[in-house]
Design a protein around this ligand. Structure first.
Ligand code: ZN
Length: 283
């Protein structure tokens, strides 16, 4: 299983000299399964570069297929959707899974961001590829090609955000972007979703001090991420979804603090890294 980061930033793209190492694009991660199947996690602005790389292969010839899992529909998770090149190539096939609040919920939200006032190509039905939208049941194993996928809704301010666990070929990973746990910390159901995975990608938007000032945003601090990794006994933790105002230096400090917190805990053997655009992890 190869996991590649295409966008690691939260809220809004933040390009510039201060963010070149970790990158300024918003949330998008690709998961290449054994037998070459592709799952895409979220469709923030990082999806544009993923699309460009895919067009060099079968997706450029209308022979590609992939599954897209959307955690929720905030801008930083869907703004890459209209700019994802393989959507414009007839013959490509996509299944998009998202939250299950009503049959047409996801379709309506994605259509609205492509309304004429916002974007010149009206309706994703005009993009060329076949794009099917499906609600994803929560807390239930679903077979997606050769992978087993389970979704769990984490609290995220006024609306929930889905976290995903993916297992295939004896390897496992979990993706938990935008998790605003309550005052009791990560609930057991979330920890159970992450249990024992080879890689946990977890929301680490803030330092604990900044999170305390912005609790209503429904996002995690690096301490939430580290505590989840320790309680779930994961092998590797990738910090993810950094605040748009954090520079590379600030993210370096987040990663260092994460390592120190784990070193000071009773748990050992968990590797902590900062997710960065272009980084591929082979599990
Ligand atoms: Zn977000």
């Amino acid at each position: 299983m190869d996991v590649t980061f295409w966008g690691v930033r939260g809220s809004i793209p933040s390009p510039g000299p201060g963010t070149v190492r970790y990158g300024g694009n918003t949330a998008c991660v690709s998961v290449r399964l054994p037998h070459d199947e592709l799952i895409i996690l979220d469709c923030g602005t990082g999806a544009r570069n993923l699309g460009i790389s895919l067009l060099a292969g079968p997706f450029g010839k209308g022979k590609g297929s992939a599954t897209l899992l959307l955690s929720h529909a905030h801008w930083d998770h869907i703004q890459g959707f209209p700019f994802f090149g393989p959507f414009y190539v007839p013959g490509n096939n996509f299944t998009v899974y998202g939250g299950s609040r009503g049959e047409r919920f996801l379709e309506d939200v994605l259509e609205r961001q492509m309304a004429a006032q916002f974007f010149p190509v009206q309706s994703f039905h005009n993009m060329g590829a076949r794009i099917e939208m499906r609600p994803l049941p929560e807390d239930k194993d679903v077979q997606v090609g050769g992978a087993t996928v389970r979704a769990h809704a984490n609290p995220h301010g006024p609306t929930p955000a889905l976290a995903f666990r993916i297992e295939a070929g004896g390897k496992s990973m979990a993706y938990a972007s935008d998790a605003g746990y309550g005052s009791g910390g990560p609930p057991q159901a979330a920890v159970d979703l992450y249990r024992g995975v080879d890689l946990l990608i977890h929301d680490s938007t803030f330092t604990p001090e900044d999170r305390a000032l912005r609790l209503e945003r429904g996002l995690s601090s690096l301490e939430d991420a580290v505590d989840c990794a320790a309680r779930a006994g994961v092998k590797k933790l990738a910090l993810f979804h950094y605040d748009q105002d954090y520079t590379d230096h600030d993210v370096d400090e987040l990663v260092d603090r994460g390592r120190r917190r784990l070193d000071g805990s009773a748990v050992s053997g968990i590797e902590v890294i900062g997710a960065a655009e272009g980084l591929t992890l082979s599990l």
